[in-house]
Design a protein around this ligand. Structure first.
Ligand code: APR
Length: 229
């Protein structure tokens, strides 16, 4: 019997209980930094050293954190469903938990790429510095989608959401497009769940969304138990 498809759209709240700061919560990453200085293509051009340092710090932190209960619960769903993770997160916690189908809409901390030849992508564990060059001799940059850049994987994400039987949105403020717009691709028959302690979907526009106003660790655990029952 064919497995039903679940698409998970996860954001920074998915990794909050693993100890990784979200962006827009109180004392989140954007309270400590100016987004446009460290996460935009203009910022990279203006002060690449500041940008390299920002991502070096976040890459180093990855070595100190673990997937949490919510990451592991999503893997359990694969017993009964075909699960596609479409994440805005650049950490590798979904991978480390064992999810088998993951799309990173905004790039990956543990990858770098040529700042000229964007198809030259390399796995990278440690600090990235000036003088770290790709095989063609150009400076390497974080493999992150910065503000002002295209989101190449949004098309694949929209296709997956358009074919899903259930959509689960976890830990995202739904403020950054085009990722936030993926909810509009869900087929009419697909239930939509939104796990977030401070949900920010306007329920007037999305009356059909089932809001679970809880942290990921409890909200996702409960939802997965329901879906596996
Ligand atoms: N469990 C679940 N959700 C949580 C938790 C938690 N323990 N703690 C916080 N949240 C929720 C917040 O309520 C908020 O809705 O996580 C969301 C975090 O929102 P943002 O910080 O805006 O993160 P995100 O939505 O992933 O940002 C999208 O913006 O800065 C860019 O590229 C960056 O991918 C990022 C994008």
């Amino acid at each position: 019997m064919k497995k039903e498809k679940i698409v998970v759209l996860s954001g920074a709240g998915m990794s909050a209980e693993s100890g990784i700061s979200t962006f827009r919560d109180a004392n989140g990453l954007w309270e400590q930094h100016d987004i446009m200085e460290v996460a935009s293509i203009e910022g990279w051009r203006k002060n690449p050293g500041l940008v390299l340092n920002f991502y070096n710090q976040r890459r180093q932190q990855l070595k100190t954190v673990q997937p949490n209960v919510a990451h592991h619960a999503l893997v359990e769903l694969e017993q009964k469903y075909k699960v596609h993770i479409v994440t805005q997160n650049v950490d590798d916690l979904h991978e480390r938990a064992g999810s088998s189908s993951i799309i990173h809409l905004h790039g990956e901390l543990r990858k770098v790429r040529s700042s000229v030849h964007e198809n030259l992508v390399y796995h990278w564990e440690d600090d990235l510095n000036f003088g770290d060059l790709c095989e063609k001799g150009t400076q390497l940059r974080p493999h992150i989608v910065w503000f002002g850049e295209m989101v190449p994987k949004i098309t694949e994400g929209a296709r997956l959401v358009g074919e899903c039987d259930h959509l689960i949105i976890i830990g995202t403020s739904m403020q950054v497009y085009p990722a936030a717009g993926l909810v509009d691709y869900a087929p009419g028959h697909a239930p939509i769940y939104y796990v977030d302690p401070k949900p920010s979907l306007d329920t007037r526009h999305y009356p059909e969304v089932k809001i679970i106003a809880e942290k990921a660790s409890t909200g996702v655990r409960k939802l997965v138990d329901q879906l596996l029952a």
